[in-house]
Design a protein around this ligand. Structure first.
Ligand SMILES: CC(C)(COP(=O)(O)OP(=O)(O)OC[C@H]1O[C@@H](n2cnc3c(N)ncnc32)[C@H](O)[C@@H]1OP(=O)(O)O)[C@@H](O)C(=O)NCCC(=O)NCCS
Length: 165
């Protein structure tokens, strides 16, 4: 078992707080997004954009204009990334070798603390694992589409979360 900051001795996430990413993290964030999305190929349609365009988008748009939060190992390698854009969870990706250990839960609860008024997000209809995850974290389905509005042209579902009164 890899012992790292963010992981307890039983391999689950510990109390380490997410860290805000800066421009120096752009390459590592892009690596993580590309690797995680590729590993989820059965659940998430293949990316429309080639890797170099994804990298440029992370560097020029995502890091400077959105809120990017990381959980990382002792070597400062990101293991999970959360991107917030207004009330949208724009991206939530965990390193494929570290899924199912609580990183996603930690980051989605952190997102709620950053946006107490509420959150929304899109997930692909094929991504049933992520849907289970969001339902468990108090999100509910707001709408389902035929995918004509997204780049992948794949049916997707919008989930919303509002704080309990
Ligand atoms: C979905 C995801 C963010 C959850 O984070 P996580 O750290 O793995 O999740 P946690 O350990 O906090 O919680 C476990 C739950 O997450 C979901 N999950 C776990 N591994 C997953 C995977 N490889 N793909 C999709 N969902 C997964 C399941 O609902 C799981 O619950 P289960 O044990 O009942 O199946 C993460 O698995 C991931 O990055 N998956 C691939 C990319 C993705 O689907 N991102 C969301 C796009 S909307």
């Amino acid at each position: 078992m890899i012992r790292s900051v963010g992981l307890s001795s039983n391999g689950h996430v510990d109390s380490a707080a997410p860290r805000r990413a800066g421009s120096e993290d752009a390459q590592a964030v892009a690596d993580l997004l590309i690797r995680s999305r590729r590993a989820a190929v059965d659940a998430i349609p293949a990316a429309v954009h080639p890797d170099n365009e994804v990298r440029e988008w992370i560097r020029a748009v995502v890091i400077p204009e959105r809120e990017v939060w990381l959980m990382e190992n002792a070597g400062s390698r990101p293991l999970a990334v959360l991107v917030l854009d207004d009330d949208w969870v724009d991206q939530l990706y965990v390193d494929p070798a570290f899924t199912g250990r609580g990183f996603g839960s930690r980051l989605i609860e952190f997102a709620k603390s950053r946006r107490p008024a509420g959150l929304q997000l899109w997930t692909f209809a094929t991504n049933t694992g992520a849907q289970r995850f969001y339902l468990r974290h108090g999100f509910s389905v707001a709408e389902a589409t035929d995918g004509s509005g997204n780049e992948e042209k794949a049916p997707d579902i919008r989930f919303v979360w509002t704080a309990p009164p």
